[in-house]
Ligand binder design. Structure first.
Ligand code: COA
Length: 252
């Protein structure tokens, strides 16, 4: 699908969010395509590293709001859960190039990336409470763990954005560069990693994540139930209805 571009060059697989006209917001089909790509990459010996990127002006406006308002199809494992499971358990290095706004899941998915190269225009936000929702992707666990409870309360309870400098200071991202250089830097670092012994890289990542794997899975499951419940309640419906109204799209 063209909203997600998948490109393999040597041992590096690059997944690009390519829905710029909708600010790279992520649809059900896009989650499914990314989940499939990650699952395949996890077991494909020819792929050693995955890079995730958006555009120089925007990483992602988060979940597609139209999808939030349409009744979800009743299926065992919705694509967003499949994607979150795939990204949070991906055994090989996962890099991201992030420029411009990264909203909602555009930020929370980054908690599962190993190296993040950000443009100096990067702006991270998790405005779940402002939208009548709650965190997802285990960000209710990973944000306080990373940045301390006080800072996490500002970004999760107040929904305050944080910029590249703050993200670097808290260890959320690895480096800040001009937006035009973020993707190229991520590719260079990916190639460096791809040249290292894969078993050592995979084992090192596993050891660094050890201790949080079960907690992350449990928290994602609990967040998922709360998120689905809150999504049906008036606060969220009103917030997303107002967004769609502003953009001239009728609520279905
Ligand atoms: N879902 C669906 N469409 C979205 C979207 C989303 N999450 N975010 C943006 N779009 C669409 C807009 O509807 C608009 O489409 P249109 O041109 O057909 O009207 C287009 O993308 C451009 O959006 P716009 O808001 O005009 O761009 P901007 O540059 O002024 O602002 C953002 C960019 C990301 C700050 C802003 O779009 C935004 O806040 N989006 C919503 C983020 C959000 O709440 N996500 C859910 C988190 S849980």
């Amino acid at each position: 699908m063209t909203d997600i571009l998948i490109d393999r060059s040597d041992a590096v697989l690059t997944i690009t969010l390519n829905r710029l006209e909708k600010k790279n917001s992520i649809t059900v089909a896009m989650y499914a395509a990314m989940a499939d790509a990650l699952h395949a990459a996890a077991t494909d010996d020819a792929i050693r590293v995955v890079v995730l990127q958006g555009h120089e002006t925007i990483f992602s406006a988060g979940n597609d709001i139209g999808d939030f308002l349409s009744p979800p199809p009743v299926i065992a494992e919705p694509p967003v859960y499949r994607f979150l499971h795939a990204i949070s358990t991906f055994p090989k290095p996962l890099l991201a190039a992030v420029c411009g706004p990264a909203v909602g899941i555009g930020t929370t998915l980054l908690f599962h990336c190993d190296l993040i190269y950000a443009g100096d225009n990067a702006a991270f936000s998790m405005p779940f409470v402002n939208l009548g929702l709650c965190p997802e992707a285990a960000s209710s666990y990973l944000a306080p763990k990373l940045m301390g409870y006080g800072r996490a309360a500002e970004v999760l309870l107040l929904g305050e954005p944080f910029l590249a400098e703050a993200a670097l200071e808290m260890g959320f991202i690895s480096r800040i560069v001009p937006p035009s250089e973020a993707a190229a830097l991520a590719q260079r670092q990916a190639r460096k990693l791809a040249a290292k012994p894969l078993a050592s890289v995979v084992e090192t990542k596993r050891l660094m994540k050890k201790g949080q794997t079960t907690i992350v899975a449990d928290r994602m499951a609990e967040e998922g139930l709360s998120f689905a419940r809150l999504l049906r309640e008036p606060a969220a419906q009103q917030a997303f209805g107002a967004f769609m109204h502003k953009h001239g799209v009728a609520k279905s």
